[in-house]
Ligand binder design. Structure first.
Ligand SMILES: [Zn+2]
Length: 154
C-alpha cells in the first residue's frame, strides 16, 4: 500500500527560486489554481511549470522558469513552513495544527496524528494536491513536528 497520499509529481524537474536561489520542487498547476487568490490566479500561465520554494525565510511560495513569482500574500491560506503560527496547519486536509499536535502529546504522551492521517489516506480522503500549498503529502512534515514536540515535552 502506498505511503504517500497524493500521487507525487511524476517528473523530478527542479528549478531555482529567483529570489533566494534555492532549488524548488515541482507542483501541479491544480495546486496553484486551488490556492492562489483571484487577482494572482488571473496572471497564472497554465503552460508553464511551477515550483514551490520551501525556504522558511523566503516570501516566494511559487515560481516558474520565467521568474514569475507568487508570494505568501497571494495565497489564500497561511503557508507552512513559511508561517509556523500555532494555528497554521501542518496537515491541511485534516487540520493538524501545532496546537492540536502539542496538546495531544501533553495530555497522552503520544500523537495519533500520523496514524489518523494514514487511515484517511487509505480511505481515499486525502486531497493534499488542492489543500496543501506544498502540493504534496504532508506526512513527512507531521512526523517531524511530532518528533520536535515529543523532544520538547520530555
Ligand atoms: Zn525562495
Amino acid at each position: 500500500m502506498s505511503e504517500e497520499c497524493c500521487s507525487p509529481t511524476k517528473n523530478s524537474l527542479k528549478a531555482n527560486c529567483p529570489v533566494n536561489g534555492v532549488k524548488g520542487k515541482r507542483v501541479q498547476t491544480i495546486t496553484l489554481k486551488s490556492l492562489l487568490k483571484p487577482s494572482a490566479l488571473e496572471t497564472l500561465n497554465s503552460e508553464s511549470n511551477y515550483f514551490f520554494c520551501d525556504s522558511i525565510d523566503c516570501p516566494v511560495v511559487y515560481f516558474n522558469e520565467q521568474s514569475q513569482t507568487f508570494t505568501t500574500e497571494e495565497i489564500k491560506v497561511p503557508v507552512f513552513p513559511k508561517n509556523q503560527g500555532e494555528e497554521v496547519p501542518v496537515c491541511y486536509c485534516f487540520n493538524w495544527t501545532p496546537t492540536r499536535i502539542l496538546e495531544e502529546i501533553k495530555q497522552t504522551n503520544q500523537s495519533t496524528a500520523e496514524s489518523s492521517i494514514r487511515t484517511h489516506i487509505q480511505a481515499g480522503r486525502c486531497g493534499c494536491e488542492v489543500n496543501n500549498p506544498q502540493g504534496s503529502c504532508c506526512l513527512a512534515n507531521v512526523r517531524q513536528q511530532v518528533i520536535n514536540y515529543q523532544q520538547s515535552v520530555m
